[in-house]
Design a binder for this molecule. Structure first.
Ligand SMILES: C[S@@+](CC[C@H](N)C(=O)[O-])C[C@H]1O[C@@H](n2cnc3c(N)ncnc32)[C@H](O)[C@@H]1O
Length: 305
């Protein structure tokens, strides 16, 4: 069994919390997470796909994204020419409407379908690629979801998920978060930024956040889920260590300040520093250290032909 990180509540409550939390998050999601649909976003996403597949990706004619959010993966992969016809699904209608706006601004045609990953409303063998980013850890019954992924894939199709929190990585990330909370008053004083005003909705958000994140994974657990659903050539890799420590420190600091008063120069330092450390992780650490210690895990596998 994949060990859950959330307290014992029903699967239905987890799904409901996910839909509500992400419907609200959809409006500011891209700016909060720095989601980019230009050259930088395409480069980030194609690099992840290359890493997961451990080589040059082919073009996939029919893709289905699970928990597609505002379109980070699919819209960037379409622009990079790696995807032909795209279907994006998500449990949150709010996320899909932001995705539709993003797609039309970029001049891309995408089919959107609200759907729970455990019950996909698609015929058997409909897609060549089933993919997702930062979604598996929200799904209550992963065995059901993986068997749905296998069912809707055509024989020989590819499964690819990235951005899943690793169990050790998740624990390690508490260190920079705690450090940032301790030094936050000094940091705000140095930047002359006042403290963020507390909104009553912040507490609700935090409470929901504890409910929507249900898993953190060991690499072997992800591999076992894929094999149990009949996938072969299963590969699990890790990515981002230093970049994540840096990112969590900065994001935790920024969350303590009035957003209007965080200087542009700081934001640029945080963004550029993150990209630089990502390169360092990629070049020095990812091929040398075990997947389990990285913050993010990715999995790629094939449905037998
Ligand atoms: C952290 S966001 C990631 C969004 C997007 N993939 C990205 O990387 O920007 C997780 C997404 O998974 C969706 N989600 C959560 N539980 C789901 C479920 N059971 N079935 C389908 N989608 C789900 C959420 O609504 C949300 O859009």
């Amino acid at each position: 069994m994949v060990r859950p990180v959330a307290p014992a509540i029903s699967a239905e409550q987890i799904r409901d919390a996910n839909a509500r939390y992400h419907d609200v998050a959809a409006v500011h999601y891209d700016s909060k997470w720095g989601i980019d649909f230009g050259a930088m976003g395409q480069e980030q996403v194609t690099t992840k796909v290359r890493k997961a597949l451990r080589g040059e990706p082919p073009r996939f004619e029919r893709s289905l994204e699970i928990g597609s959010g505002t379109g980070y993966f699919t819209l960037n992969l379409m622009q990079a020419g790696l995807i032909g016809e795209a279907t994006c699904s998500d449990i949150s209608p709010g996320m899909l409407s932001t995705l539709t706006e993003n797609a039309s601004r970029l001049g891309l045609e995408v089919t959107t379908t609200p759907a729970d990953a455990e019950r996909l409303p698609f015929a058997d063998g409909s897609f060549d690629l089933v993919l997702g980013h930062a979604v598996l850890h929200h799904i209550p019954h992963l065995e059901l979801a993986f068997s749905e992924f296998a069912r809707v894939l055509a024989p020989g199709g590819t499964l690819l998920f990235a951005g899943e929190p690793s169990r050790y990585g998740d624990r390690l990330a508490t260190v920079p978060k705690r450090f940032a909370r301790t030094i936050a008053p000094l940091w705000r004083a140095a930047l002359r930024a006042s403290a963020a005003r507390a909104h009553s909705s912040d507490d609700d958000d935090e409470a929901l956040e504890g409910v929507v994140d249900v898993h953190a994974f060991a690499p072997s657990e992800l591999a076992r889920l894929a094999r149990a659903a009949g996938f072969r050539s299963v590969r699990v890799s890790g990515e981002e260590l230093l970049a994540n420590w840096f990112g969590w420190t900065n994001r935790t600091l920024e969350a303590t300040a009035d957003p209007e008063e965080v200087p542009w120069a700081w934001k640029m330092y945080a963004y550029r520093g993150y990209l630089m450390l990502q390169q360092l992780d990629r070049r020095l650490l990812e091929s040398r250290l075990p997947a389990a210690i990285f913050y993010n895990l990715m999995i790629a596998a094939q449905k037998p032909a």
